[in-house]
Design a protein around this ligand. Structure first.
Ligand code: ADP
Length: 576
């Protein structure tokens, strides 16, 4: 309100300057005075800037005329206004340019496949191939195979971008001799071939590794770690006849009945319409030979089949530990399990004897768990069942689960048609232990006595129910106390370790004496004592829970279970 009033006052004062009414003659152009037009032509005047005109007027005024200062003030004001105008014009031009850019159509993103000429590039855009011109500002050598490029409306490459961060993951089937990759039939696609991106140019790739493709599915961009993990779990089965396993006759018989017979006497089983298992569960304390039995199954089956049919089917033994799968990021565990089955099936269809051995199976196929694990288990168990239901009994894949805690495995897994054979792998009894000692104290080794004598002597010491051999003390809820002796806690792994330890004593002695010193009874007895003191198969704590897991006692009946005496630390006296 106040502003508009001020403006009106200003206007009226300007329009009445020097008695002239500049606004009165509206429509008519205002003419300069003759004093001006005599000096310069009208055209010349029109071409002059406002500031030049003011300078002209100032020059015409007599020196020290009072209006000269006013003219200098006016000139300064006009100059400021002109500068502001100039800035506004520049800002407008910039905005115009921005609006122009925003209105222009979107760029397309393509995958650079190869340079064609010095100024042309082979680009895949939305699944279609183009040979595009390249902006001369971009050196063609700066573009790498597989990287993304921006293409304008005319499909010219105007900018190089980084590599795709997303894209499908596929498994490599075969490496072609020129470095290209043949990919498998994933998700209903027929097999296809892609080239490597610049990122993978020097990477050592192998079949069965997983790679991520660019969005156009033309280039392999990166290895997704999984292939490497699987490689780690693939185990070669060494020579392992049934005779290399001691004290597990019942388990060996059960395996041979459930796995070997149906494969070796297929016709017979078909005639009797006898249900054939798809796998089995080996359960029992650690170190008693569950893994060994799994591998022996693979080894012996291969030998038997070769003898019977003359065809050698190499084994494919995939050994995974449950916790390894569990420790993966969300969704990855499931994918990993599916992939294990897929790999085994693939190998089986190539003619291999495929075994999927899952150690510590209760960790992924268990029930009664809490926290993050329970949510994973709730998806892993049904998924595992679906995979099991999808395999033909013994046609292709044999699944072996191993667990110390079979009671924790979800019953759904153990239903008929899935893992319906449960085979107990117990701690070796005295006879079994002696057999195992015999296996490891080979006749070919430098032994101070016949192997059988050494084995008998050390087994006697191992299984003696003497106070010296008392190893664990159990206090039952009923008030009764009982001792477990070393023999009660024996395992194949411990026996193998005792023999190994005794070998190291004999070797030390041989070095000292400068001549072969064979393994003696004393070496074995010392090794036996040391092994129980230091073996890491036993818990390092006195916590009842930890020790209970190694025994068959009902936790409800036991109050305390722990080592009889603190472990001796013979190496040092405890004084520093
Ligand atoms: P688990 O899988 O039950 O924990 P492993 O099969 O891994 O036990 O056994 C570990 C090692 O102990 C084997 O590699 C083998 O050297 C030895 N071992 C275990 N049980 C036996 C056995 N019954 N006969 C011979 N060696 C055995």
């Amino acid at each position: 309100m106040a502003d508009s009033k001020k403006k009106t006052n200003l206007q009226s004062s300007v329009s009445g300057v020097g008695g002239y009414d500049a606004t009165a003659s509206s429509g008519e152009p205002i003419q300069p005075s003759t004093a001006f037009t005599e000096l310069l032509s009208r055209e010349e005047l029109d071409q002059m800037s406002t500031l030049q005109l003011i300078d002209l007027i100032a020059r015409k005024l007599p020196p020290r005329h009072t209006s000269i200062l006013d003219l200098i003030y006016l000139r300064d004001r006009i100059q400021q206004t002109e500068e502001l105008n100039e800035q506004a014009r520049e800002a407008l031009e910039k905005l115009d340019a921005i609006v122009e850019k925003l209105r222009s159509p979107a760029f397309r993103v393509g995958t650079f496949l190869a340079a064609v000429d010095s100024d042309k590039a082979h680009v895949c855009l939305g699944g279609t191939d183009y040979v595009c011109r390249v902006d001369p500002a971009i050196p063609l050598t700066s573009l790498q195979i597989g990287q993304r490029v921006l293409c304008n409306e005319a499909f010219a490459v105007v900018q190089g971008l980084g590599f795709d961060r997303n894209g499908p993951i596929v498994r490599i089937d075969e490496l072609l001799s020129d470095g290209r990759l043949r990919l498998g039939q994933e998700s209903g696609l027929s097999p296809f071939v892609v080239q490597r991106s610049a990122l993978l140019a020097k990477e050592k790739l192998k079949p069965a590794m997983e790679v991520r493709l660019d969005a156009n599915q033309r280039v392999a961009l990166e290895v997704i770690g999984m292939g490497k993990r699987i490689e780690r779990s693939l185990e070669t089965v060494t020579v392992l006849p049934w005779s290399a396993i001691g004290g597990q006759d019942a388990a060996v018989q059960a395996i041979r009945r459930s796995i070997e017979q149906p494969i070796l006497h297929k016709e017979l089983f078909r005639r009797f319409e006898h249900q054939v298992p798809k796998g089995f569960l080996l359960y029992g304390p650690p170190g008693c030979g569950k893994t060994l039995l799994g591998k022996a199954t693979a080894y012996n089956l291969r030998q038997q089949l070769r003898e019977q049919t003359g065809v050698d089917r190499p084994e494919f033994f995939l050994h995974v530990k449950g916790p390894e799968i569990l420790n993966m990021w969300v969704g990855e565990s499931e994918r990993q399990v599916r992939d294990l089955f897929a790999q085994c099936r693939e190998r089986a269809s190539d003619g291999a004897l495929a075994f999927l051995f899952i150690d510590e199976a209760e960790s992924i196929l268990g029930t009664r768990r809490a926290g993050r694990q329970s949510s994973i288990l709730s998806t892993l168990v049904p998924m595992f069942c679906t995979e099991m239901d999808g395999i033909e009994p013994l046609q292709n894949v044999v699944v072996i689960l191993a667990s110390n805690r079979a009671d924790l495995i979800d019953p759904a897994i153990l239903r008929p048609g899935r893992i319906d054979r449960k085979i107990k792998v117990s701690r070796p009894d005295r006879t079994g232990a002696e057999q195992i000692y015999r296996i490891y104290l080979k006749d070919s080794l430098p032994l101070a006595e016949p192997s059988a004598d050494l084995a008998k002597a050390v087994t006697d010491a191992h299984y003696a129910k003497t106070p010296d051999n008392q190893f664990l003390e159990i206090a039952f809820r009923s008030g009764r106390k009982e001792f477990l002796h070393r023999g009660d806690m024996a395992s194949g792994a411990i026996i193998a370790a005792i023999v190994e330890r005794s070998k190291s004593y004999a070797i030390d002695r041989s070095i000292e004496q400068g001549a072969d010193s064979p393994i003696t009874r004393d070496d074995l007895l010392l090794a036996l004592r040391k092994e129980y003191e230091e073996n890491d198969l036993f818990p390092p704590t006195d916590i009842t829970e930890d020790w209970l897991k190694l025994t068959d006692f009902d936790p409800d009946n036991v109050i305390r279970l722990g080592p009889v005496r603190p472990r001796k630390n013979e190496g040092g006296s405890g004084v520093i």
